[in-house]
Design a protein around this ligand. Structure first.
Ligand code: FPP
Length: 242
């Protein structure tokens, strides 16, 4: 059922705990990531069904390259398979896929599959699903500052005109609204270089559930918690009610 009252427009998720989930079951980390992919499917479908406009998932960070080679290649493999497997579902659910991060550094096959899926879903007008891949907020801000500096140097922008709008336009998220709700699973309470600029006014929600176990009900609880919060954007409670 689509509900409109006070629903967050943009939900971002740090999907954490795949490794610990697998370890607790005496399995290897890749087993955890594979189960994590099933959780991705459930939460994407639930979000679209609820009427969330933008869902952004932290799938692979700029720091994740430091993991064992076999784990990195398994994650890439899982991603390709998920994109192939879920294309029809994305089309029938009117989901538009996008990515943020430097995807040119991903293995060629992943980059191609991703670009193909983005293209094939580009006409969809429902939920925008953004995968953060080879994404790091500091890297994003660094490249934005470099690009703006070049424009200032070439007299395309004057320094006084560099404002929040110009900065937004140079981020990977230029076509996305700010994040309303940021969820992190697995009990860790940190941001880990995710969307630092975009979460300025986001509500934060930390769940102790490990990502592969995070289901529609847990997601519902996070959304309900968001709905009860009063977002003041620096104003007083009285100013908001008057
Ligand atoms: C964090 O768990 C999870 C990741 C680094 C990768 C997330 C990837 C998936 C859920 C699967 C593929 C994604 C898509 C979009 C199909 P962790 O390994 O850091 O867990 P730990 O902290 O318990 O070790």
């Amino acid at each position: 059922m689509i509900e409109t009252n006070n629903l967050p427009k943009h939900v971002a998720i740090i999907m954490d705990g795949n490794g610990r989930w697998a370890k607790a079951k005496g399995k290897n980390r890749v087993f955890g990531h594979r189960s994590g992919t099933q959780a991705v499917k459930k939460i994407v479908e639930k979000s679209a069904e609820m009427g969330i406009d933008y869902l952004t998932l932290y799938a692979f960070s700029t720091e994740n390259w430091d993991r064992p080679k076999t784990e990195v290649s398994s994650l890439m493999d899982l991603l390709i398979k998920a994109l192939r497997r879920e294309l029809d579902k994305m089309l029938s659910n009117n989901i538009q896929l996008r990515s943020i991060g430097d995807i040119s550094q991903l293995p060629a096959e992943v980059e191609k599959e991703l670009k193909d899926t983005i293209e094939k879903t580009s006409k969809n007008s429902g939920m925008v699903l953004t995968l953060a891949l080879n994404y790091g907020a500091r890297q994003e801000l660094t490249q934005a500052i470099q690009e703006i500096s070049r424009k200032v140097k070439n007299n395309i922008i004057s320094p006084e005109n560099v404002d929040e709008t110009i900065i937004n336009e140079h981020l990977y998220t230029r076509n996305l609204p700010g994040v309303d709700l940021l969820i992190r699973t697995s009990g860790e309470q940190r941001i880990s270089n995710f969307l630092l600029w975009q979460i300025a006014y986001a509500e934060l929600y930390f769940s102790t559930v490990l990502w592969p176990d995070f289901n529609e009900e847990h997601f519902r609880t996070a959304i309900d918690s968001y709905k009860k919060r009063e977002r003041r954007f620096g104003k007083t409670s009285e100013q908001l009610t008057n």
